[in-house]
Design a protein around this ligand. Structure first.
Ligand code: NAP
Length: 209
């Protein structure tokens, strides 16, 4: 698939390199795409501006600080019909009011807010609850040895695509249901940052459902 990475740091950089190694076409972007060239060249990926990555990808990985999301949405405009993987987590210390507001608003989930910024996109929440070092070091496993990656979304087809992308790099998708179920793996929620193998993650889920 063609995957546009917006935010190519710890998470975006790691995932983009894995997907390129797995055979996908990847474009890395950030506000400083020239700094991403050597990483991209190592795995045969491209670099570009955020607008170019947004146009390039059938799937867009959004991996920037949560507080920057509303401005980015204004900057790139619509992502109509594209699959948007939301990785961002709201941390008020880093993300200020944008994060505090969503945490205080009980009617809104973290990803629900991100999805509302890109109304035409098919938003899927995934990779928010896995530490990037685990992503880096425990990829390309098989069977029961795979680490669980929580995923949820309202568009079933888009979610299936993201689940395949999780499997392509040797992790095990743990499907939690629709987008509202993202609360289970927001910061401080039971499944957040557990980095468990899939059977252990399913056991934990059965205890909290
Ligand atoms: N680190 C983890 O283990 C982890 C795990 C799960 C989820 N997350 C979440 O994933 C997101 C990214 O975390 P990270 O640790 O990967 O952060 P990071 O290493 O600081 O990388 C952030 C990336 O976003 C780019 N960026 C920042 N502002 C931007 C903007 N306005 N437009 C375009 N690009 C921008 C940065 O490059 P430039 O500054 O050059 O633009 C950089 O490439 C956060 O929301 C975090 O909460 C992180």
């Amino acid at each position: 698939m063609k995957i546009g990475i917006i935010g190519s740091g710890n998470i975006g950089g790691t995932l983009g390199q894995h997907w390129a190694k797995a055979g996908h076409e990847v474009m890395f972007s950030s506000r400083h795409p020239e700094e991403l060239k050597s990483m991209a060249e190592k795995v045969g990926a491209k670099t570009g501006t955020v607008e170019e990555a947004a146009a390039f990808g059938e799937v867009i990985l959004l991996a920037i600080p949560y507080g920057k999301v509303p401005d980015l949405a204004k900057q790139i405009g619509s992502l109509d019909n594209k699959i948007l993987i939301d990785v961002a987590n709201p941390y008020p210390q880093r993300d200020g009011n944008v994060a505090q507001k969503v945490i205080d608003d009980e009617s809104q989930t973290a990803t629900g807010y991100v999805a509302s910024q890109f109304p035409g996109a098919k938003t899927v929440k995934a990779f928010n609850s896995i530490y990037f070092k685990v992503l880096e070091e425990k990829a390309f496993r098989s069977g029961n040895d795979r680490i669980a990656v929580q995923v949820c979304g309202d568009d079933e087809q888009a979610k299936q695509t993201v689940k395949r992308l999780i499997e392509d790099i040797g992790f095990a998708p743990q499907d939690l249901g629709d987008l509202s179920r993202g609360v289970l793996f927001e910061p401080d929620a039971p499944l957040y940052n557990q980095n468990l193998k899939i059977a252990e993650a399913e056991k934990l889920l059965s205890q909290i459902k």
